[in-house]
Design a protein around this ligand. Structure first.
Ligand code: ADP
Length: 261
């Protein structure tokens, strides 16, 4: 309990600090990218200078990525909520996911029929998924298997517990599982801690899992991580079933013309 409180306070402080500056910083970086783009397209630029501009552009994009993550992480209230069918969001993201992993990684989906709906912001959910996919990719440099699975779950209060007010109930479970390096005890313990990363300088921000955790919490959900060194990692995210809504239905998909087959 004390540990959870300490973590919440730390996340709060970092959230306030970073949210304030990240927004302005991102705007300034946008200006830098804009001018680099103009320079790059200038007729007078030779090959050598062109390469330097490319390097500066990559570094700036990396900074923008970091500020984007800071913003996502420091988001307090969450964005507008929608009734969301997670399967449909995952289907929309399929191309992006396969582009984010290496060709040596085999991605498999097991999406539940009649998945319950959730009440979340779909864009935030997409960010969370991509963070999890990128972590799985980084854990499998030599290739491996990435499973993405959705299931309807009834959870008892102990299992669901994250906020004191969390109750037993219906949750949609999203499981992302990899056959990567796994995590040792210390890493597993600190995995949600903002800025905790084991990745080499310039590769990790340590904000991905903090964002995933913060996202699930804000919508009354939970995240559990299981990992074994040399075997792999499984992340289970639980999001409460939307109240008073019918099951995620084919009607929604028909309307959007996305019914498979
Ligand atoms: P980052 O990816 O920027 O390091 P995260 O918060 O997403 O930040 O992850 C924190 C750390 O947790 C990672 O540096 C890594 O050590 C560990 N980790 C997260 N996901 C996985 C995974 N799927 N397999 C192995 N280690 C992981």
């Amino acid at each position: 309990m004390e540990e959870a409180l300490r973590r919440a306070q730390k996340m709060d402080a970092i959230g306030q600090l970073s949210g304030g500056i990240a927004h302005d910083f991102n705007n300034q970086l946008g200006i830098v990218i804009g001018y680099l783009d103009i320079l790059k397209n200038d007729a007078g630029i030779d090959d050598r200078s062109g390469k330097w501009i490319d390097t500066a552009t990559r570094a700036t994009l990396r900074c923008m990525d970091l500020t984007r993550q800071l913003l996502a992480f420091s988001r307090k209230k969450g964005l507008e909520k929608d009734i969301v069918d997670l399967n449909a969001v995952l289907e929309d993201l399929e191309t992006m996911v396969s582009r984010s992993v290496t060709p040596e990684i085999e991605v498999q989906y097991f999406l539940a029929d009649e998945l319950w709906q959730t009440e979340i912001n779909a864009g935030e959910f997409q960010d969370a998924i991509l963070n999890l996919v990128i972590n799985a990719r980084d854990a499998m440099p030599g290739g491996g298997k990435l499973l993405i699975e959705t299931t309807n779950r009834w959870l008892d209060a102990d299992y669901a517990a994250i906020n004191p007010e969390t109750t037993a109930g219906d949750y949609v479970e999203l499981m992302i599982s990899d056959t990567g390096t796994g995590m040792d005890g210390e890493t597993l313990e600190r995995v949600f801690e903002p800025f905790f990363t084991t990745k080499p300088e310039g590769r990790g921000t340590g904000l991905g899992m903090a964002m995933v955790y913060g996202f699930a919490r804000r919508y009354g959900g939970n995240v559990k991580v299981y990992s074994e060194v040399g075997v792999g990692t499984t992340v289970r995210m639980y999001l409460p079933r939307a109240t008073g809504e019918a099951h995620a239905g084919s009607s929604d998909m028909v309307e959007r013309g996305e019914l498979p087959g």
